[in-house]
Design a protein around this ligand. Sequence first.
Ligand SMILES: NC(=O)c1ccc[n+]([C@@H]2O[C@H](COP(=O)([O-])OP(=O)(O)OC[C@H]3O[C@@H](n4cnc5c(N)ncnc54)[C@H](OP(=O)(O)O)[C@@H]3O)[C@@H](O)[C@H]2O)c1
Length: 335
Amino acid sequence: MTAQTNRQFLLAKRPVGAATRETFSFQQVPVAEPGAGQIRVKNHYLSLDPAMRGWMNEGKSYIPPVGIGEVMRALGVGQVEASNHPGFAVGDYVNGALGVQDYFVGEPRGFYKVDPNLAPLPRYLSALGMTGMTAYFALLDVGAPKAGDTVVLSGAAGAVGSIAGQIAKIKGCRVIGIAGGQDKCKFLIEELGFDGAIDYKSEDVHAGLKRECPKGVDVYFDNVGGDILDAVLSRLNFKARVVICGAISQYNNKEAVKGPANYLSLLVNRARMEGFVVMDYAAQFAAAGQEMAGWIAQGKLKSKEDIVEGLETFPETLMKLFNGENFGKLVLKVD
Ligand SMILES: NC(=O)c1ccc[n+]([C@@H]2O[C@H](COP(=O)([O-])OP(=O)(O)OC[C@H]3O[C@@H](n4cnc5c(N)ncnc54)[C@H](OP(=O)(O)O)[C@@H]3O)[C@@H](O)[C@H]2O)c1
């Protein structure tokens, strides 16, 4: 690659089931000059998110789908190289929807500046980025945990789950994580201070919940949906809150999404289940980011990033999210 070449992954077709390398086309084009009101950013790190699979689907969602032939959408951090926009100067580091490419050229809609002297750049995609904001607002606003509550999280060793679980500990809750594999479960207890863990790949989740949550579940933070959601529904307490943050077990379904069979537990327990989209809280991100940075500085919150090198690995790296190969926030280092 020369400095003037932009490598790009475009959405070539809408996948049925899991995305593969064939879902995307790869091209190398000259780097464009920014027009009026535009900036050019050299992309350094891209955030790989389960939501990217949803953005490939046609149909109504909380955000329009990526069009066929468009650069695949991705959040990222990079440095401004050229600017025709009054809000951004050459040399600024920015966080925004940079796309799966070496350079972003366009209007910086929704972009904001980040300071590499305050935190390493990848952290602005994990605890101090959309991931951290998701954990913070989904847990605190929708889950509304009280000290002493039992909080259960699925996808607990992942980017959002690991942060949400630590925030629940900060708030004085008993925290139980559900994750795939002994290493991840050990990490939750020994490194993050969770009170217990359930390895859904090697044990029965119902039995694990009975062991770890003898007093039932007050808050369930769901990242995976499917059978695990059903299992936790069967253990809810009176007035429990179920946060529907994600349902990764369903994203690659070739048939209809499987809904919960045990939903009448909500009726019996006068409980509620509520969906969450992080963008609704954008106006409060700055204040939450400061609180999160404070917790990190005080050693109360650990942010784990799983950094994979090389833009060219994008399709295969993305798939790590769906087979549990990532350990922490999955970040693609562009070069
Ligand atoms: N609503 C919002 O605004 C919002 C914003 C950001 C993220 N999210 C959601 O939050 C969830 C977590 O995202 P993340 O970025 O933090 O990803 P992540 O948890 O770091 O990575 C995904 C993890 O999901 C687990 N997983 C994959 N397939 C599974 C299956 N079939 N059953 C059970 N677990 C499975 C794997 O962990 P194991 O090894 O433990 O299986 C994998 O490591 C996703 O559902 C995502 O869509 C929602």
